[in-house]
Design a protein around this ligand. Structure first.
Ligand code: SAM
Ligand code: SF4
Length: 329
């Protein structure tokens, strides 16, 4: 098991397959993009699959989520999914994507064993989409969402970040769209993980504000919190249900005490927290010939030292040097 000194057990593995992306969301990257990781530093498909196998068969990982950067840019994604689905015990397999290209590849991924997707979409207005992502690709994302639902990658979840004076007034429109199409919408508070280090507490849109905005158009009632477990989203019934909307209040109502996640970066570093300032290298030992047992032991040691919380609200908080896109969100 991957346990830490506070009694938490990591069973949910987030695997970043690339740090590259075809969008430039303002809360994530600068317009010119970033210095991408050099290819030789990236884990190969076989290396990724080996580490996932160790996680699942020796360390108690029960859920694997592929992310990035934009994971659909990784050519080997279908075969990595298929190899993951062939493991015993078979983990649940999910994908977090910006949805571009999903309309073409959703059936292939479903066939390979992908169970469900989270698609990031912050607005259903084409101009606002361009302002936020610096690309005019709203229609591609909407087509990707529809294809995911059609391929049975359900429940299709939508992740949204609200930015003040850009899309915060559009939250009810986004919810209306998701309700109409049967997608489960969850708003994520903007976190200090942008490459530009521009995040400011004073301007971020808080969970309370998000709920206020939505309540102007819908009646929200808290859904059963006993069911929440380690899920980060607080769920609310919309107009009495059965549809729900979620809010992930990572900054204003942290849920670190219930965290069950561990992350593997595209260059083979284990991170025990999104906000960790230290990483543990698995790629070096792996390429130097380490056995499965040795890699598993390094991985256990990496999780054992997980801190109790992310500390965003402490005066001494320092943003990690890797941005979200290079960690795997
Ligand atoms: N490119 C894929 C996507 O956008 O879904 C996967 C990677 S992206 C880093 C994963 C999630 O992180 C997205 O839902 C995105 O909106 C969110 N995200 C990125 N930067 C963020 C930030 N500074 N605060 C909160 N969420 C952020
Ligand atoms: Fe790309 Fe996702 Fe970052 Fe947007 S949030 S720039 S889609 S990695």
């Amino acid at each position: 098991m991957l346990s830490d000194s506070y009694g938490r057990v990591a069973t949910d593995l987030r695997v970043s397959l690339t740090d590259r992306c075809n969008l430039r969301c303002t809360y994530c990257m600068p317009p010119e993009g970033l210095d991408w990781l050099p290819t030789p530093e990236l884990l190969t498909d076989d290396e990724v699959i080996r580490l996932i196998r160790i996680g699942v068969t020796q360390l108690g990982i029960r859920e694997v989520r592929f992310t990035g950067g934009e994971p659909l840019l990784r050519r080997g994604l279908p075969s990595i999914v298929a190899a993951t689905a062939a493991l015993d015990p078979r983990p649940r397999i999910a994908l977090t994507t910006n949805g571009i290209g999903l309309n073409r590849i959703a059936p292939t991924l479903a066939e390979a064993g992908l169970d469900r997707v989270n698609v990031s979409l912050d607005t259903v207005d084409a101009d606002t989409f361009e302002k936020l992502t610096r690309r005019r690709r709203l229609d591609d994302v909407l087509a990707g969402l529809a294809a995911a639902a059609h391929a049975g990658l359900t429940p299709v979840k939508v992740n949204a970040v609200l930015m003040r004076d850009i899309n915060d007034h559009e939250a009810p429109d986004l919810l209306a769209y998701c309700l109409e199409h049967g997608y489960q919408l969850r708003f994520i508070e903007q976190m200090p993980l942008d490459a530009q280090h521009r995040w400011q507490r004073a301007t971020m849109v808080t969970a309370d504000e998000i709920l206020d905005r939505l309540s102007q158009a819908y009646t929200l009632t808290p859904a059963d919190t006993a069911q929440r477990g380690s899920a980060p989203a607080e769920l609310f019934w919309v107009d009495g249900g059965p549809a729900t909307v979620g809010v992930i209040a990572s900054v204003t109502r942290p849920f670190c005490g219930a965290c069950n996640r561990v992350r593997l970066t595209a260059d083979g570093q284990v991170r025990n927290c999104l906000f960790a300032r230290k990483e543990s290298d698995l790629r070096g030992p792996l390429r130097a010939g380490a056995s499965d047992a040795e890699l598993a032991e390094r991985w256990r040691a990496a999780v054992a030292t997980k801190l109790p919380g992310h500390g965003i609200n402490d005066p001494s908080f320092l943003q990690p040097s890797r941005p979200m896109s290079a960690i795997g969100g």
